[in-house]
Design a protein around this ligand. Sequence first.
Ligand SMILES: Nc1ncnc2c1ncn2[C@@H]1O[C@H](COP(=O)(O)OP(=O)(O)OP(=O)(O)O)[C@@H](O)[C@H]1O
Length: 312
Amino acid sequence: VEPISLGLALAGVLTGYIYPRLYCLFTECCDQKRSLSREALQKDLDSKLFGQHLAKKVILNAVFGFISNPKPKKPLTLSLHGWTGTGKNFVSKIIAENIYEGGLNSDYVHLFVATLHFPHVSNITLYKDQLQLWIRGNVSACARSIFIFDEMDKMHAGLIDAIKPFLDYYDHVDGVSYQKAIFIFLSNAGAERITDVALDFWRNGKQREEIKLKDMEPALSVSAFNNKNSGFWHSSLIDRNLIDYFVPFLPLEYKHLKMCIRVEMQSRGFEIDEDIVTKVADEMTFFPKEERVFSDKGCKTVFTKLDYYYDD
Ligand SMILES: Nc1ncnc2c1ncn2[C@@H]1O[C@H](COP(=O)(O)OP(=O)(O)OP(=O)(O)O)[C@@H](O)[C@H]1O
């Protein structure tokens, strides 16, 4: 081999292979080949997410299966449903952290909150254009982009329709492939029905861990979203089978609140004080009124209540 060709070949290897890897050691990269560790995701879910055996199982299999597939036919679309404060945002954060080191702060993870980012119905046309441009631009820059839409039930139907083309089984839309992207939709739609199922189990003396996904099917069916209290029926996402997984989040019980409080105490650097744990958990409100089984704010406000005990 003559020296010039050898030099060029070496330079090619350096710039094409070694340099990007070196570069990515020091800064975050959109590495579409990065393998997600199933064990690490499972460990995170098992140790951090309380009382959500169904969500854990679906998310682990869905996310791992998708990332391991070199040629997915469509982007992964997860729709997380359940009562407030039960871990929907929290799990999105766990997924993001397992795919990108920066988690929610990564350049490749984008969070939209309906009431914050799209507040005015009169601006829908503008929002639609902006959102489509934003998604297109980001997926062009990084195929493995993650988009999280919070408060999906408050999102205008027009906006949901605007993202529909990106979720479908197209190889390319205007030259961009969306098949490696991940879309996560969060909403409280279906929460009452999910709670009814959980309450039935509780009343019948059964463990919540005995609840199977098929028990939740009626709660997460098209008809369940087809009512005036949930915004999801607006869109044809469900009709057109664009959602891959409906993930139910069960309402949290007293014991789960205690687990959340302990985690928070530890993260603030305090020893776990069971007295305080019980006091804070006792301050929370539960429903139904007579049986007081489920926390009506989930784990959401336990942290501020804890401040009261550590104010000096
Ligand atoms: N199942 C859970 N396991 C462990 N921690 C939880 C769980 N649910 C909630 N938390 C804690 O409570 C915080 C608030 O929960 P999160 O924001 O995930 O609720 P949400 O289901 O998204 O609520 P909303 O529907 O109101 O947006 C989380 O950041 C987490 O610290």
